[in-house]
Write a protein that binds this ligand. Sequence first.
Ligand code: LUZ
Ligand code: MOS
Length: 757
Amino acid sequence: MNTPNADALLHVRGESRYIDDQPEPRGCLHAIPIVSPVARGGIRRLDCTAVRAHPGVVTVLTAGDIPGRNQIGGVIEDEPLLAEHEVHFAGQPIALVVADRPETVRAAAKAARLEITPEPPVLDSREARRRGELIAPPRAFSCGDVDAVWASCAVVVEGRVESGAQEHVYLETQGALADLREDGGIRILSATQAPSSVQRIVARVLGLPMHRIEVEAPRLGGAFGGKEDQATIWAALAALAAFRLRHPVKIVLRRGEDLRWTGKRHPYSSDYRLGLSADGRLLAYEVVFHQNSGAAADLSTAILERTLFHATGSYYIPNVRATGYCCRTNLPPNTAFRGFGAPQAAFVMECALCHAARRIGVDAAELQSKNLLSEGDAFPFGMTARRCMARRCWDSLESTGDLARRREEVARFNATHRLEKKGLALMPVCFGISFTTTFLNQASALVHLYLDGSVGVSTAAVEMGQGVHTKIRGVAARVLGIDPAAVRLEATSTLRAANASPTAASSGADLNGHAVRLACETLRRRLLAAAAARLGLATADSLEIRDGRVFTEGRDAGLVWDELIDGCYRQRVSLSAQAHYATPDLHFDRRTEQGEPFAYHAYGAALIEATVDILRGTGRIDAVWLVHDAGQSLHPLIDRGQIEGGLAQGLGWMTVEEIRHSPEGRLLTDTLTTYKLPDLLSAPAAVDCRFLEDSPNPAGPFHSKAIGEPPFLYGIGAFFALQEAMRAYRPDLPPVFVAPLTNERIFMTLWGGDGAP
Ligand code: LUZ
Ligand code: MOS
């Protein structure tokens, strides 16, 4: 099943074409917005005389130049394409400069005279909530009777958890190239996970019917959620300029612009209260999430919803109340990022559990293990855990990670090292697979069999480096019974896949894979019917295609793939099929907050070992052992890449990536020297990654499971492994749960302020 990744050669040769590598249409112009330098204020005046006078400048467009609606909000309509009277975040586009070259347009944009009356920004989610600045009404999931149970709990802990923002750092920055069509419509190449959303919003902005807007997403140089919603604005700006000027226009952000102007993972500030029985069973959990949504809704409400769905992490808790607030602040709208609110929820859960373990004086792993979800347990939103693999992953990790021996080794190390300490932590993962917005769980595929036997497949699955095209190619080849090399996946285009959901929610291979399976099954039926006729058989029941040959009852029937295709064509049988897939049996009622929102859950468990250099206050992650449930993996090599990549990204979020703003709301960490990413040097020296064996998933294509987001959550374990190492030196360490746990924070915790040794 490990057919080579179709893109690997292109990547290593530098031949993969991203937006900025596409051949530019003749006379292509370049655009860049004039953005707000302040986080909040009233626009008094914008004077672009000097900008227009700059050599090479073609025009400057403002909100008044928008022929349709100045509104790009996808879920809630609260975001203008170009600000008109007020600005709500630093980096908000106010006007669009168009010029002959990328350098010219940037130099010219600097000449704008912009007068804004600044107002004090709100940057903190709790402050926003106090002021009633909510993007939507709060939501609460609950089960059991939390309030009644506290009195009967033997142990109750409560506290606060902070988790930080995270920058996507996709290798390819945001970009789009818009060109005019013959009919006056617009064709856009967009680095988007959601071509149909781009199409819908651009049609709205230009006041055109959707059929006049064509959007294609070529391959993306990474996205991680950052191009689920936030690719749209750049496509809309390029389209606006192309439409007004009747000329091709390109926008590709430079790294600094991308860092400063686009949204991040949502920081959360949360309060928890956790109650346990004397023997360590979780009885009651109350949690309040303050999501720092930024200045516009973007996907924040959906992200908060996924947070609530993951409030209890991998555990069973009978009495729960989880409440969430989307708090409007003066930061760029925060957005989708791998995990989509679930990591934030799981981190709070683990903090609460860790706190309880310290209070009781047991190893956190004991409480984790004791309370792991098991078959038939109910989630607070009414769904029950079926085919629950939490325990199997955990047990399998205990043996492959050789937990008992590792514990002894760490204890021995800590006893013999005074200024270096090690810590261990376990991190179980349980992640719901499906868009929580039920209607998004659909996909379509269009499959063409060409006369030479080669196969073209179009779906909504955008290839962003995650290998979804290679996986889907494998699905088509398996159903058709041919070599994957004969199958090609086309770029996602709104001409071939209409009204498509974003490639997101880890569901790309599931939804589009199923759609391709259905389309290929239709084609296979047609081919075999034709083959039966040709072989003089009454039915095709005994026929199958394997390795590009037809077999009847296991014997080679002497008919090969190309002949099959040719035969159908001559009999005027269609060699194309379109299919639609909708995940069955999903439902959720937002009034009762109960239902069955997920097709299934993905499970896993990781063991993380960390070392802290006490004098220097530096931490490092030594090794990670993990067992992941990928179902029957569609492509173990790709899945391993997703697991390792997700882990690294999760480790980064928890330990090194820190975003800071000035009190005025300006991004301070606006370069890749001040915003630290996990790199090869900080990567764990060893990652032992195993797949859970014998875990077929009936809901996935060929019994596979979605892979994209769940492994991100393993990184959360790093926070606790580092804290355990610190506690080996200072057992009195207070339960302070602020992430990321950077070296700076480790140092200050060990040596700064009160009670330092
Ligand atoms: N996008 C979305 C997502 O619109 N809904 C989701 O539930 C989701 N989950 C993960 C990532 N993106
Ligand atoms: Mo997403 S966070 O685009 O799956």
